[in-house]
Write a protein that binds this ligand. Structure first.
Ligand SMILES: [Zn+2]
Length: 220
């Protein structure tokens, strides 16, 4: 039974947020999506998100967040900075301080405007790669703050919070979206849809999870 309420999904066109979109569509009568445009290294990310939203017949909001680049030039937005994992426990070069705080806050403002009480985000603590604003405790704290700041009754949902990458593939499969997510989403830092370049950290993480899940799937 779907809830007769509206949900807003924070949506990048990647594997995680697309899985969240399907998760939301199964639970809520009305689903809209919001994508933040901050001059991502590849505008193909925005195009990919647009295409998916169109195909799923989801009302899609694209918000200009280019001011983020003024605050935090980093590997996701600048071509001259190399994408790499955090070394020696440091933050990865893709880290933008406060990015998720800003995105979630803007999602709250938009949610308030379009009457969406439920906000869904694909953040995940299991694959915690040093992003403090992807932690469960942060999301819970922000939920309280958003409600207090706008006198709203938001519920922030994080369906992927405790899943690893293989379990995220499994969730997509359970939602009947395995093929869709595999073929149409963009995770690769080099802007290549589906299986991607196979070389960048995002591709490697995606592939490891997929291989692990495919093994489990075969055994079933
Ligand atoms: Zn890649």
């Amino acid at each position: 039974m779907k809830k007769n309420e509206k949900a807003l999904v924070v949506f990048s066109g990647g594997q995680d947020s697309t899985t969240c979109l399907f998760w939301a569509m199964e639970r809520f009568e009305e689903v809209e999506a919001v994508t933040f445009d901050y001059n991502q290294r590849h505008s193909s990310e925005i195009e990919c998100a647009k295409t998916i939203a169109e195909e799923l017949n989801i009302r899609h909001h694209i918000l200009d967040m280019s001011l983020l680049n003024q605050l935090a030039p980093n590997a996701l937005t600048r071509d001259d900075i190399e994408v790499k994992d955090g070394e020696g426990g440091g933050l990865p070069s893709t880290f933008v301080p406060g990015r998720n705080l800003l995105f979630m806050s803007f999602a709250g403002v938009l949610g308030s405007q379009v009457g969406a009480r439920h906000i869904i985000t694909g953040v995940c603590e299991t694959d915690f790669s040093g992003y403090p604003d992807c932690r469960d405790i942060f999301v819970k704290s922000l939920n309280v703050t958003l409600n207090l700041s706008m006198d709203e009754d938001f519920v922030i949902h994080t369906p992927l919070m405790w899943l690893d990458k293989a379990e995220t593939w499994q969730l997509a499969d359970e939602l009947g979206a395995f093929g869709f997510v595999r073929e149409k989403t963009l995770t690769c830092y080099n802007g290549i849809i589906a299986d991607g370049c196979g070389e960048c950290p995002a591709c490697r993480l995606r592939k490891n999870g997929l291989d692990e899940y495919l093994k489990v799937r075969k055994e079933q």
